[in-house]
Design a protein around this ligand. Sequence first.
Ligand SMILES: [Zn+2]
Length: 146
Amino acid sequence: MMTDLKSFRDVWTRVPTGSHARRFLVNAIWGDDRFCPHRGSLNPRRLRGASVRAGPYQCAEKECRSQFTVTTKTPLHATKLDLRIWIAAMFLVLTSSNGISSVVMARVLGVTQKTAWKLGHAIREMIDVRRWRTRGPGSSSTLSRP
Ligand SMILES: [Zn+2]
């Protein structure tokens, strides 16, 4: 979970590679649940033969049957950035009680300010989606998903 990260040292030691990052994100984004991103089903199953915990999963709904991973239909899907940069950015957003500027985030992460701004925006949106899913509609005014 993100709350296990107390410092950047924890980020680097707990998430040393890209595949660690993917597994880490499964816990951070989904927790114990698995959400089909297409219809919001809570009852997907992991595809047979999938060797990694990160999926892919397939939706169990008859009308859906979509295959997905934790990043499908999130801002992380098809990102060109190292997933560890995303995790470091999440750490920064979640540990900055008054928010973090894209200028500071860009400097700390070694990315452009434009990238940092997109990261911050996407991460705050994902936090809203998670809140929406765990607390139900009404907790976020801006989202019509899942
Ligand atoms: Zn589905």
